[in-house]
Design a protein around this ligand. Structure first.
Ligand code: C5P
Length: 224
């Protein structure tokens, strides 16, 4: 039997990546967190392309894209992101990267640069990819498409607990403002905006936990 291609899109901090990871293990698929790629480019920008006023010098960043080699390496069964040979999988989750990433992700050159990386990996088949435009743009022919959402308060609460557990000093209101601002930029951008594909199943997990969300998603994929 052919292994499925699954697209999971949705709002920030709805659990897309952690849930995709578990489903991938269960079904013997590869999991790719496409947000990591946008975060990788943003990490590079913060280190190399910041203006004195702390905004990103977008034209400098765009002319540096060719120098960036972003690739995933399988480390203990998990795809981790490498930039020019260096593992940056931890660094890209820092709140500073979250603050800038949506600015970077709305650039056409950035999106086109990453489109090929994403499709090349998906072409090998048997994959679950999570992001914002997977079902709509990157893999419009995916076998299964899901769109995840949850209330802003619940998402902020989950993200805050995650950051706290990772030792980050932050507060829930700051976390919530970042989520709201990213979702707004991601949904309103011209290119590949965050939106539910017509043929995607809507999963609202405001009131259900991770295990229940996984069970719900799997219930739509009985064939596999
Ligand atoms: O999934 P994650 O929250 O790590 O994604 C970070 C950011 O990357 C998103 O807020 C969005 O701006 C961008 N992104 C995107 N398209 C994707 C995945 C992520 O624009 N497929």
């Amino acid at each position: 039997t052919k292994k499925p291609v699954i697209a999971i899109d949705g709002f920030s901090s709805t659990g897309k990546s952690s849930i995709s990871k578990i489903i991938a293990k269960k079904l013997g698929l590869i999991h790719m967190d496409t947000g990591a790629l946008y975060r990788g480019i943003t990490f590079y920008a913060i280190q190399n392309c910041l203006n004195p006023d702390k905004t990103i010098d977008i034209s400098k960043l765009l002319s540096s894209l060719a120098e960036m080699k972003l690739e995933f390496q399988n480390i203990d069964g998990e795809l981790q992101l490498f930039l020019n040979g260096k593992n940056i999988d931890k660094e890209i989750r820092f709140p500073q990267v979250s603050d800038y990433v949506s600015q970077v992700a709305k650039e056409a050159d950035v999106r086109n640069f990453l489109l090929k990386t994403q499709r090349d990996i998906a072409n090998k088949g048997g994959i679950i990819m999570d992001g914002r435009d997977i079902g709509t743009v990157v893999l419009p022919d995916a076998d299964y498409k899901f769109f995840m959402t949850a209330s802003q308060d619940e998402r902020a609460r989950r993200r805050f607990l995650e950051l706290q557990a990772a030792g980050e000093k932050t507060d829930i209101e700051t976390v919530k403002q970042n989520l709201i601002s990213r979702d707004k930029i991601d949904s309103e951008r011209e290119l590949s905006p965050l939106k539910q594909a017509d043929d995607a199943v809507l999963i609202d997990n405001t009131n259900i936990n991770k295990e229940e969300t996984i069970a719900l998603i799997l219930s739509y994929m009985k064939k596999f």
